[in-house]
Ligand binder design. Structure first.
Ligand code: NDP
Length: 445
């Protein structure tokens, strides 16, 4: 990295000790910015990079609640309002025991560039808690969500900060949080959260959007080579919201997804995933992947290793950060994989990304490939503001247009900065310049 950029990175490490994922996310963006700063040195003036890596606001709070046995539980809540140059802070809430300040900060930082790429006028934020919804009753999840929102409600609003779902936060949790927000504010501010139910301000296609978008991004990358997903074998990790709808769109486009996973193991179904069964197990019963295998002859459960051990043409990491390391990348490449489109946030380690770029395969980084979710959240906000509701077809066609535009912006930026086909550089450079130009217009704030 150039001196000026290296200095910023060193300061980030010194100021945010122990936050390895945040360091990783910052390093990846800063490395990409070398050619951008070399061509446009004014982006490094007035401490613009230093301001960009420092969240505008970080909120951390106690979340006390009572479990079904009458015991008082205490979790920690977070909201990082990272950058509001382009619009209200926007980004999901994650409920998972691994959540800490560094995880939320890395996600919030990525969100700035992702949201800029969507061109929907949204800033970057992220939040969550170390609460684990697994094994909790609906009543416990409700009490937790109400306590969490009691504090969070002071900080958010339709023009200020608009959270959505992420790992462990789906329609049920958004419902409980919206109910509590409405009660506290005595105001039906539908635009304060996205990912809402269809009967109370949600948008058609929001549930599907992240997974669909990641597959549409893969399709756009393949189209640059005159290819498509038709007939391709696809490995998918995760079995949550993003994974399920990535599988659905891949099937619609003629590909055959053959794997999915959760933290208990992974499933290989050579005949192609039975999506209705998977939805029943995961969305309705909130079960484990083993429940699928019990009801599906021919499918097998593997409890060691990862889905990346299964040879395929296309890989869609849709579970969590750093789930695909350098060894897994080498295995995928040996198995003939030519396309990776990241449904999750930062699922590939730096070594894996390096291996994909060195091999010259089509690699779509999360901040571009999974931007369909937040883009459709912005469409939900637009519908709430206009008190209107679009058809599935209209929302899906808007999503497809946005994904194609994001793809094309990455391609042009990669060409402009001398590395055609490098979607990592393309996404970071295109997202950065949009935010940086507006930060310069707004002065030192
Ligand atoms: P869900 O909670 O719906 O599903 C997550 C899936 O990944 C589950 O199958 C879960 O298994 C698995 N998983 C999560 N953490 C781990 C872990 N540490 N080890 C192994 N498996 C794990 O979340 P989403 O599908 O919404 O999110 C998946 C990814 O996509 C995340 O990286 C998220 O940030 C990203 N993303 C999500 C968006 C959205 O709109 N939802 C938008 C953009 C990105 P288990 O249940 O066993 O924990």
């Amino acid at each position: 990295m150039q001196d000026v950029v290296e200095k910023v990175y060193e300061q980030v490490v010194a100021r945010n000790r122990g936050e390895a994922e945040f360091h990783q996310a910052v390093r990846e963006v800063l490395e990409s910015l070398d050619p951008v700063i070399a061509k446009h040195p004014h982006y490094a003036e007035a401490a613009l990079l230093e301001r960009l890596v420092e969240p505008e606001r970080q909120i951390m709070f106690r979340v006390p609640w009572v479990d079904d046995a009458g015991n008082v539980q205490v979790n920690r809540g977070f909201r990082i309002e990272f950058n509001s140059a382009l619009g209200p802070y926007k980004g999901g809430l994650r409920f998972h025991p691994s959540v800490n300040a560094g995880i939320i900060k890395f996600l919030g930082f990525e969100q700035i560039f992702k949201n800029a790429l969507t061109a929907q006028g949204i800033g970057g934020g992220k939040g969550g808690s170390d609460f684990d919804p697994h094994g909790r009753s609906d009543a416990e999840v409700m009490r937790f969500c109400q306590s969490f929102m009691t504090e969070l409600s002071r900080h958010i609003g339709p023009s200020t900060d608009v959270p959505a779902g992420d790992i462990g936060v789906g329609g049920r949790e958004i419902g409980y949080m919206f109910g509590q927000y409405k009660r506290l504010r005595n105001s039906y501010d539908a635009g304060v959260l996205t990912g809402k139910g269809l009967a109370w301000g949600g948008s058609l296609v929001r549930t599907e959007a992240t997974g669909y978008g990641a597959v549409l991004f893969a399709q756009s990358m393949l189209a640059t080579k005159g290819e498509s997903l038709e007939g391709k074998r696809v490995v998918v990790s995760g079995a949550g919201n993003v994974a399920i709808y990535a599988i659905e769109k891949a099937q619609q486009l003629g590909a055959t997804p053959i794997t999915f996973s959760d933290s208990s193991g992974y499933v290989v179904d050579e005949a192609g995933v039975d999506l209705e069964l998977l939805k029943q197990v995961k969305e309705v019963e909130r079960g484990r992947v083993a429940d699928y295998v019990e009801r599906r002859p021919g499918a097998r459960l593997v409890t060691g290793g990862s889905v990346w051990d299964v040879p395929a043409d296309v890989a869609l990491p849709c579970a969590t950060q750093n789930e695909l390391d350098g060894d897994a990348a080498a295995t995928l490449l040996r198995g003939g994989c030519g396309v990776v489109s990241e449904g999750a946030n930062m699922p590939s380690t730096p070594e894996a990304v390096e291996a994909f770029l060195a091999a010259g395969i089509l690699f779509g980084p999360g901040k571009a490939a999974n931007a369909g979710g937040v883009a459709t959240s912005a469409l939900e906000m637009a519908q709430n503001a206009g008190r209107t509701r679009w058809s599935f077809e209209k929302a899906e066609s808007k999503l497809a247009g946005i994904m194609q535009d994001i793809h094309d912006s990455c391609v042009s930026a990669a060409e402009e900065y001398g590395r055609p086909g490098d979607y990592v550089l393309g996404a970071n450079a295109a997202g950065f310049t949009r935010v940086a130009d507006v930060m310069i217009s707004h002065g030192i704030v």
